[in-house]
Structure formats: C-alpha cells, structure tokens
Design a protein around this ligand. Structure first.
Ligand code: HEM
Length: 409
C-alpha cells in the first residue's frame, strides 16, 4: 500500500530510508557528493536521521518546493536564521517579504550594480593585491577572499571601511549561531550580544544619513518615500541578512573558482589567455562547487510529496548542490566543463520568491577579483590543489588556499 495513504506505514523509518539513516555530518563535511549521488539513484527524498530533517536532492523536486510558498515556509520557530537575526527578508513571507524585498531590490539590479560598484570593487581588489603582490605566495583566503566581500558590502552600504575588522568579528559569531542546531545557550547569547552591537552601529549610520542626499544603500533605504520606507528596526534586521548573506558566500565563490581552475589546468591555461571566459567559469563553479549546499524550508501543514509524508513543521532541506549535479537535469553533471552550451540553469542562488538578491553583486566581485588576480600575478595557481579541497556542511570552501605565482623579474 502507498505509505502516504496507509496510516500505519512508518513515516520516517530507517527501513524506508536506509541511506538517510546512515548519513553522518562528518561525511558531509568532507565530501557530500557520493552521498548525493547514491540518494539520486535510490532515495531522492529521504529522512536524514542524524540531522532530523528531510532531504530532497533532485533538481525538479527541489525547484518544485522552492516555488511552492503555499505549502513550504522559509521560517519556523526552530529556524536558526530567524532566531539569530529576527524577522527579516529571508524569514518573512507574503506581503511582509515583498515589502522588504521591494525596498532593497533597486540597489541590487544588474545595471545598478554594474554602474554603481565596478570602479569601487576594482579599487578594493587592487588594494588587497598590492599588499601581497611582492611576495612569492599567500593564503588567498586570509589575505584576499575573506576581506573583499566585507569591504565591498561596507562600500555598498556607504559605511566606513574602518568597520571592516569589527564586521568580520560579528560575522564569525553569527556563523556559529547559524550552525547552532543543538541550541547551545552560550552561542545564542554571544549572537544576541553581537546583533545588539551591530544594530547600535547601524543606528549611528542611519542617524547620519537621514534627510541627506548621501550616496549608499543605507541612505537609500532610510530616505525612501513614505509608502516604501521601512522602520529603523526593520532596516537593521534586513541589513543583517543582506550584509552577512554576502560574506562567506562570495569568499567561497572566489576560492572555489581558483581551486577549481587549479584542478583543471587546461581550463586554467585558457583563462590566462582569455579573460572573457571568466563569466562561464564562475557559473560553472557555482553549479559544480556550490558555495551554499541547501535552502531550508518548513512544511506548513502535513504534505504528501511524491509518496512521502512530511508532517506539519518538519524541516525539508532542498539540497541545491545535489540538484546542480543531478544527472536527470544535466548529462555528465559530475564533470566541470565551461563549454556547456547553453550553460545550465543551476540553483546555486535558489529560485522562487527568496531567490538571492545579491547574485549580481556576487558575480561582479568574483569576476573582477579573478580578472585582477590572474592578470597581476603571472602564473597564479595552487600547488597540490587536492590538499585544499572545499569542505563544510552548509557553506563549502577550502579552509585555506595557499597560492603561488612567478615573481616579477
Ligand atoms: C556566491 C554568492 C552567493 C550565493 C551562493 C548565495 C546564495 C543564496 C541562496 C541559495 C539564497 C536563497 C536562500 C533560501 O531560499 O532559503 C540566497 C538568498 C539571499 N541572499 Fe544570497 N548568495 C550569495 C551572495 C549574496 C550577496 C552578495 C548578498 C548581499 C548583497 C546576498 C544576500 C541574500 C539575501 C538578502 C537573501 C534573501 C532573499 C530573500 O529572502 O528574498 N547573497 N542567497
């Protein structure tokens, strides 16, 4: 009998989901791709016992859930994002979500991003490279990739660059809180204190730009016409997700790109000759080494999903990185190949109403960063790249990435 219609059928039993019952967080940290593959072959919807959540790994079914706001919510009392940042764009639904996104969207449209930020990002990139270009090598993560997104987002908001070290410290506290699935009280308290400090910092910025014609996203938000304006508190909460959503994601995109090219020396050599290939490289890296592994949803009520029953409130993790390598979506999906034509529509930025607002800013930073790194550091590569494989359960990137280049004569 169909387990959905048979009330006696065990809903999440290990017998029904044998692969899900054996998945460990350690496996996912190191290399989730074999797990994704066997799930796609035999268990595309599964209950992952160790994480206490459903996983969906097929491109079609992930897309279906992300487009179905009626049955799946981005937020629940259990959500660590809402617990950390309060109610903001990624946790809000319906009209509240639309209102938050409407207020923020103009600054992040492709044209606004290109004309508004190309020069500033190029300058920030060059300043960072200046600091290490004279040496024979560097850890690209610490010296470059961890810093660029922080400096960029401060510039976008119109906030002082002197805040960069403090922003990074807050971010590191938030990152722990966003992975605090066991509800550790100390981690929660540290995050609450950092959120309070961050809001106080922003309130100073808000007061400074109110009623002015200053440039910058914060001034734009604060000085919107009445019908669109968010309260100061709403600005602070949404600023948290916008600022901190664009830090380790962009860091990972840059590092995963340099690492992937080093793993594919022929493509790396082509890129050195023709920087026009970089947008293709970036899209294929987003698909093949997705910085964000999943988008979390919660069943609003009991849901029958392709023969599986999700209970109201259940966590359903849409595995974006798995979907991006789904053989039913793309032939030879395990292979990194910048010559696919057309490039596949990956889900690295998700889809649906919560589709990433910062994707154009992320792509622009990655493109300028890679252009300048490969142009200025002749022969840039990673020695023994196999040792620096991306790692991580939710965000994946190399822990560190020592790069080398030919010294200038
Ligand atoms: C490579 C870089 C990035 C990746 C891979 C990425 C990935 C994602 C994904 C997968 C989501 C959807 C989450 C969900 O539906 O549950 C998302 C949403 C979001 N991202 Fe990004 N992101 C990136 C860069 C950025 C940047 C630079 C910003 C800030 C400017 C940003 C801000 C946001 C915000 C505010 C949302 C929530 C949108 C909404 O709820 O409507 N992201 N991102």
């Amino acid at each position: 009998m169909d387990p959905v219609t048979d009330p006696a059928a065990p809903i999440r039993s290990a017998g029904r989901y044998p692969i899900g019952a054996t998945i460990t967080e350690q496996q996912l940290l190191n290399d989730p791709y074999p797990v994704y593959r066997s799930l796609q072959e035999r268990e595309p919807v599964t209950w992952v016992e160790e994480l206490g959540m459903w996983w969906v790994v097929g491109h079609g079914q992930v897309t279906e859930i992300l487009l179905d706001d009626a049955r799946f919510a981005t937020s629940s009392p259990a959500s660590v994002i809402r617990g950390t940042f309060g109610m903001q764009m990624l946790s809000a639904e319906g009209e509240q979500h639309a209102r938050y996104k409407r207020a923020a969207r103009p600054a992040f449209q492709p044209q606004a991003v290109r004309t508004g930020f190309t020069d500033a990002i190029s300058r920030l990139v060059d300043e960072l490279i200046d600091d290490f270009a004279g040496s024979p090598g560097v850890d690209l993560r610490a010296a470059f990739a961890a810093q660029l997104p922080v400096r960029t987002i401060l510039h976008v908001f119109g906030l002082p660059q002197t805040a960069a070290p403090q922003l990074r410290i807050w971010y590191d506290v938030f990152e722990k809180a966003l992975a605090n699935f066991s509800g550790n009280e100390q981690i929660k308290a540290a995050a609450a204190a950092s959120v309070a400090q961050f809001h106080a910092f922003l309130m100073v910025g808000i007061a400074k730009v109110r009623g002015t014609t200053d440039a910058g996203f914060l001034a734009e938000l604060v000085n919107q016409p009445d019908e669109r304006r968010l309260t100061d508190e709403e600005i602070c909460r949404n600023a948290s997700i916008i600022m901190f959503g664009g830090i380790s994601t962009v860091e990972a995109l840059i590092l995963n790109s340099v690492w992937t090219l080093a793993m594919h020396p022929q493509t790396e050599a082509r890129v050195r000759q023709d920087q026009g290939l970089l947008p293709r490289v970036i899209e294929e890296v987003l698909r093949w080494q997705s910085p964000v592994q999943s988008a979390t949803r919660y069943a609003r009520a009991d849901v029958d999903f392709h023969g599986h029953r999700f209970r109201a409130g259940d966590t359903v993790n849409c595995m974006l990185a798995a979907a991006n390598r789904d053989p039913a979506f793309l032939a030879d999906a395990e292979r990194f190949d910048i010559d696919r034509n057309p490039l596949p529509r990956h889900l690295a930025f998700a889809t649906g109403s919560h589709f990433c607002i910062g994707l154009h800013l992320a792509r622009l930073q990655a493109r300028i960063a890679l252009e300048r790194l490969y142009a200025r550091l002749e022969g840039l590569t990673v020695d023994a790249p196999q040792q620096y494989c991306p790692r991580g359960y939710e965000f994946r990137q190399p822990d560190r990435l020592p790069v080398v280049w030919r010294p200038r004569r």
